[in-house]
Ligand binder design. Structure first.
Ligand SMILES: C[S@@+](CC[C@H](N)C(=O)[O-])C[C@H]1O[C@@H](n2cnc3c(N)ncnc32)[C@H](O)[C@@H]1O
Length: 292
């Protein structure tokens, strides 16, 4: 196929087939007004793979040894990966304060042993969200804890459906154009300068992180680990409401007692669940699990 212009238009039946394939496999719902986004990206992939009709490409995704690999490449094209460091500062502040409270509480109660905080970033894209949260967790005040001879450990797990996005996240190399929202002192402390305007997150932070490929739509069947903070922004906005509710229920079941769930402003409004209580803040949407 020589050029995208040569691809025929897609009729509404065919569009619905693609729409439901993507929804069933990822949860992402392509509204009718995103048809041109679908066509542009299908054209790119079909050209690369030598397919001349939507139907033959569609069929190829459902059979044959390579179909899973092909699907992984297509999903990367059909999902939006836009992100940036410290994207939603009000929500990030809430996380920092929550972690500080965990430490202060352990100090006041003079519990024994280290304090441990586990953070889960769902739909982490290329890693900026995870490293922003890691910088904030590194910056909490642990002096009182240290006076008691105790350590603070934290870990962050980023999950995403896109393998290429996760590969970038693990590499942790960003051009300076992407670092404008990182405060200069954090850039000095947590990044190494490489050649040609690139920076890499230092190992002291990278060693706290782990990036895992997973589909949030399939959380029911994945192991249940508990997190002190679950952070999910700009992911569920692409899903239909009923799906969002089921996924948020899964998040709640993975919150430690007293854990904090932070959602993006439009992710799912007014979550109501017996185990959680809304945090009263003006600028973000967050919930605390009972029992902390
Ligand atoms: C717009 S980015 C948001 C990145 C980051 N959370 C932020 O707010 O800056 C959405 C991410 O969700 C991921 N995503 C979409 N559907 C997913 C699914 N079913 N399971 C896991 N990740 C998914 C995409 O691959 C993409 O990287």
């Amino acid at each position: 196929m020589a050029a995208y212009e040569e691809l025929p238009d897609m009729d509404s039946e065919e569009f619905k087939r693609w729409q439901s394939l993507l929804e069933q496999r990822t949860g992402v719902w392509l509204a009718e007004n995103r048809k041109s986004f679908l066509l542009t990206n299908l054209a790119q992939r079909m050209r690369e793979r030598g397919f001349e009709s939507y139907q033959s490409y569609f069929d190829s995704l459902d059979n044959g040894v390579g179909s899973a690999l092909e699907w992984a490449s297509l999903v990367d094209l059909l999902t939006v990966h836009e992100t940036r460091f410290f994207r939603d500062m009000a929500s990030m502040d809430l996380v920092r304060n929550h972690i500080q409270k965990l430490i202060n509480k352990a100090v006041n109660q003079q519990q024994e042993g280290p304090v441990n905080a586990q953070v889960w970033s769902v739909g982490c894209s290329t890693g900026e969200e995870v490293y922003s949260l890691a910088m904030l967790a590194s910056d909490v005040d642990t002096s009182a804890l240290q006076k008691q001879g105790r350590n603070f450990y934290f870990g962050l797990t980023g999950v995403d459906i896109s393998f290429p996005a996760l590969a970038q996240a693990r590499e942790a190399i960003y051009h300076q154009r992407k670092l404008y929202s990182v405060p200069p002192e954090m850039l000095d402390t947590y990044f190494d300068s490489l050649a040609d305007g690139y920076y890499q997150v230092r190992n002291q932070l990278r060693h706290r992180t782990c990036f895992v490929q997973a589909n949030v739509k399939e959380l029911e069947s994945s192991p249940k680990q508990l997190y002190d903070v679950i952070y999910c922004q700009n992911v569920l906005i692409y899903f239909q409401n009923e799906r969002r509710e089921k996924i948020v229920e899964q998040f709640i079941s993975r919150l430690s007692p007293g854990g904090l769930l932070v959602l993006g402003p439009g992710e799912l409004n007014n979550v109501s669940h017996p185990l959680i209580e809304k945090v009263s803040t003006k600028h973000c949407q967050a919930y605390l699990r009972a029992g902390g």
